[in-house]
Write a protein that binds this ligand. Structure first.
Ligand SMILES: Cc1ncc(COP(=O)(O)O)c(C=O)c1O
Length: 390
């Protein structure tokens, strides 16, 4: 399918049609596979072809459809699907690190990513240096001859800082290290992360890829050498495989991913633009606005500025809670990237476990709310927001 364009690949890429010629992709809800002969089983255990499966922890036809389709979208040589986004982050790091290695990470991380990097990796003898992700001098200063890899979220949660992937990749590669990017907030639709210089990209498929709040899932993408020889070996033996049912949901969701991301990002830009100048909002954070500190970088690096907006309400926590409670269409929840618009108060939910000092250093004030823009009519969303701000 590589000769076709993205939208075509998202509909047809990776399809494995069975002998029944089904139109829609089948769910192969099986953990095992049978062999014609003992010799065939022996051969498959020595070497399996791309359409030869052994056990669903290693691979499954429906999971393979999802992996191949998203690899085409990302422009990656290979992909391995995982049970959740965190299984993907965990595997991308643990499969290639050993005691004595040094890693550098941006400090603005999703809580579970932070837990792996700040707490788990040091327990296994990995040394970690945190940097301000948007400060290239800090990245440069943190690099050491024993630096094995660097980790960042391309757009941070919930303050939407945009990191210069190409510049960080250059710095990381100068010491022979690998750059692992969690690209959840940007989406594979809006950024060519591998082309920018990342070596490995991870996604929580739970977010935009499903996009309809149904399943957990994740995926790691990179070179054939890394995915097949390093990552897949770790995954096969540690057991974080994606279930065939969830893979089927994801593969069908990829068909509409481009349409959904574009529609949600267009609405996000319209809402962010309309909310500028409100007295009750001290800051509208959206990379598509000129007021965003990395607006030029975002315009260069991303096709659209994403589907999430953060608003800093001037009245602090009381104003934020009042706003959330007055919303009608927009739902209070902690997920994001859903067809349904979702609002979150990070300081008391997703980032509650951080100390007030940590929250302050990340710009997460008590008045900050994160709005994930869905697929509803944008005029209805604006009406809902403006009404709740009264
Ligand atoms: C940036 C980022 N990475 C990873 C994850 C983890 O994904 P999952 O919930 O699918 O494990 C999330 C959200 O939960 C996230 O926001």
């Amino acid at each position: 399918m590589t000769k076709y364009k993205t939208k075509t690949n998202l509909v047809h890429g990776g399809t494995r049609r069975s002998q029944y010629g089904e139109l829609s992709e089948a769910i192969f809800l099986t953990q095992g596979f049978v062999y014609e002969t003992a010799e065939a089983a022996e051969e498959r255990f020595i070497e399996s072809g791309p359409d030869e499966f052994i056990y669903a922890r290693y691979g499954n036809p429906t999971v393979a459809m999802f992996e191949d389709r998203i690899a085409l979208l990302e422009g990656a040589e290979a992909a391995f699907a995982t049970a959740s986004g965190m299984a993907a982050v965990n595997a991308a790091l643990f499969c290639q690190l050993k005691s004595g290695d040094h890693i550098v990470a941006a400090k603005a991380l999703f809580g579970s990513c932070l837990y792996i990097i700040e707490t788990l990796l040091p327990q296994f003898g990995v040394e970690v240096t945190f940097v301000d992700g948007v400060n290239l001098e800090e990245w440069q200063a943190a690099m050491r001859p024993d630096t094995k890899l660097a980790f960042l979220e391309a757009m941070s949660n919930p303050t939407l800082e945009v990191i210069d992937i190409a510049a960080v990749a250059k710095i990381v590669h100068s010491v022979g290290a690998q750059l692992v990017v969690d690209n959840v907030f940007v989406t594979p639709v809006f950024q060519r992360t591998l082309e920018l210089g990342a070596d490995v990209v991870v996604y929580s498929a739970t977010k935009h890829i499903d996009g309809q709040g149904r399943c957990l899932g994740g995926v790691v993408l990179g070179s054939k050498e890394f995915i097949n020889n390093t990552l897949a070996t770790y995954m096969k033996h540690t057991g974080g495989a994606l279930s065939p049912f969830n893979a089927w949901v994801m593969v069908k969701a990829l068909e509409t991913l481009d349409l959904r991301c574009n529609a949600q990002a267009d609405s996000a830009l319209k809402i962010a633009t309309a909310l500028q100048g409100y007295n009750s909002i001290s800051r509208v954070i959206y990379p598509g606005l000129k007021s965003h500190p990395q607006h030029d970088l975002a315009a260069r690096q991303m096709q659209k500025a994403g589907t999430v907006i953060s608003l800093d309400l001037a009245g602090g926590k009381d104003a934020a809670f009042d706003f959330l409670n007055k919303l009608d269409i927009i739902l209070i929840s902690n997920n994001l990237a859903d067809a349904k618009s979702i609002i979150t108060h990070p300081a008391t939910t997703t980032h509650q476990r951080l100390t007030p000092e940590q929250r302050e250093s990340l710009g997460i004030s008590d008045g900050l709310v994160r709005l994930s823009v869905g697929l509803e009519d944008v005029d209805d969303l604006l009406f809902d927001i403006k009404n709740a701000l009264l």
